[in-house]
Write a protein that binds this ligand. Structure first.
Ligand SMILES: Cc1cc2nc3c(=O)[nH]c(=O)nc-3n(C[C@H](O)[C@H](O)[C@H](O)COP(=O)(O)OP(=O)(O)OC[C@H]3O[C@@H](n4cnc5c(N)ncnc54)[C@H](O)[C@@H]3O)c2cc1C
Length: 407
């Protein structure tokens, strides 16, 4: 037999999964409802993604080598000081990055279907097929032509509002709402952001997250996020970041306004039967940083690698237990990263006093090195015990100085 796998959604998660499956010769169908989708996103990717996913240089619009953390009282700390010459944070337009990953998967053999998946019929036994109901847009119409496809396995990579997750009753997660304006700046103002990104913290810009100004291709993305999802609140917070960065955004023109949910933790069930969720559909965005592109691509690849291995290159249909091996591997590799970033958010985004302490701490070179190494390479490199002790002492010192631990 040849295993048939449907991957629903061709963001970084879906295309990375489809690429791995297609390379192994597995019959792979990659569904995408909108081939020119521009996912609302800051578009920042860590250096390790460029290497691990062979991202060509032209996909990266800007290489950020300087980062400013800006405290509630507008104290600015430069945090790129430990970066080596060839190290950077990549800034991409999602329509470009996603298009590249999708096309590569299709060139390697994944059958790309421009279709919106509406429903999934579950099989009545362990080996029966899943039936996917979708609207085929290949005729160019928005409503499309109703069609069905039968497959043995489904990967849900259809983002935060995942229909696949609903179909398998994967359960809900809490989410933040992120709001972003793309602003085109006059040349002299844009020059400032040439290779610089800014992160602002404070109750005025977000009560539980951070706000950002990220340089993009020919504009900056200015945005904020909050778990306290409320339309009026998010607009107030966006006004907050616009006010804080006003002098740097002077003369800018808004060219796009966008908003989207960001999952706050994994769904209660990420594998049900022969359906696995990856990326935002599974809930793999980190707290504190709100990072999800790399984790989406990585989870898609890891899930697909597990399928290739346990199906013996498509010669047998993997079971639910087989798919759960992907979850075990994922949790083992990244469980601690999620826990640490969750804890950081709880401690440091609690009040303006803790945020002041956080920014103060970021001035420390050892803290910067640890933070950047963890972000750029996704390895929690344990610092030597002396440095660790110094960082802990500095953390406590900063918190105490700001009276941040007062109840
Ligand atoms: C404002 C904002 C800023 C962010 N900034 C950053 C950042 O700077 N760096 C970072 O790492 N992360 C960032 N994130 C998070 C990041 O955008 C996500 O974690 C990432 O996009 C997840 O990738 P994914 O492939 O799982 O899902 P998505 O990127 O959401 O892709 C899902 C794909 O599935 C398609 N699809 C959905 N439903 C269907 C359907 N029914 N049928 C067919 N196709 C379907 C969609 O069109 C889409 O192409 C940000 C998020 C937001 C909202």
């Amino acid at each position: 037999m040849t295993l048939r796998v449907a991957v629903v959604g061709s963001g970084p998660a879906g295309s990375s999964a489809a690429e791995t499956l297609a390379k192994a010769g597995i019959e792979t169908y990659l569904f995408e409802r909108k081939l020119d989708n521009a996912k609302p996103c800051g578009g920042a990717i860590p250096l390790c993604m460029v290497g691990e996913f062979d991202i060509p240089p032209e996909i990266i619009d800007r290489r950020v080598r300087k980062m400013k953390m800006i405290s509630p009282s507008n104290i600015e700390v430069n945090i790129g000081q430990t970066l080596k010459e060839d190290e950077y944070i990549g800034m991409c337009r999602r329509e470009v990055l996603d298009g590249f990953l999708r096309d590569r998967a299709a060139k390697l053999g994944a059958k790309l279907i421009n279709g919106t998946v509406h429903a999934l019929d579950l099989p009545s036994n362990n080996t029966g097929a899943y039936t996917i109901h979708y609207a085929d847009h290949s005729d160019g119409s928005v409503e499309g032509v109703a069609r069905t496809l039968q497959v043995d396995l489904v990967i849900g990579a259809d983002g935060a509002n995942s229909r696949v997750a609903k179909a398998i009753d994967a359960g809900d997660y809490n989410y933040a709402i992120a709001f972003q304006e793309r602003i085109r700046l006059p040349d002299d103002k844009m020059a400032y952001y040439e290779e610089l990104a800014e992160m602002y913290v404070g109750d005025d810009v977000s009560t539980d997250f951070y706000a950002w100004v990220f340089p993009k291709y020919d504009h900056v993305a200015v945005g904020t996020g909050t778990m306290k999802v409320n339309k009026a609140d998010i607009k107030k917070l966006q006004a907050g970041i616009r006010a804080r960065a006003a002098h740097r955004l002077e003369g800018g023109k808004i060219i796009k306004v966008e908003a989207h949910p960001i999952p706050e933790h994994p769904r209660p069930r990420r594998v049900v039967g022969r359906v696995a969720l990856v990326g935002d559909a599974a809930g793999y965005v980190t707290k504190s940083s709100g990072e999800g592109i790399y984790f989406a691509a990585k989870s898609g690849r890891m899930c697909a690698e597990t399928i290739v291995e346990l199906s013996q290159n498509g010669q047998r249909i993997p079971s639910e237990d087989d798919l759960k091996v992907y979850l075990k591997r994922w949790d083992k590799k990244y469980g601690m990263t999620y826990k640490v970033l969750d804890l950081l958010q709880t401690v440091f985004y609690r009040s303006d006093a803790t945020r002041e302490a956080f920014v103060e701490m970021c001035a420390d070179i050892d803290v910067q090195r640890l933070t950047f190494d963890s972000y750029l390479y996704k390895t929690v490199v344990p610092a030597n015990p002396l440095v660790q002790l110094k960082i802990t002492a500095k953390t406590i010192g900063s918190l105490l100085r700001g009276n941040a631990l007062a109840p």
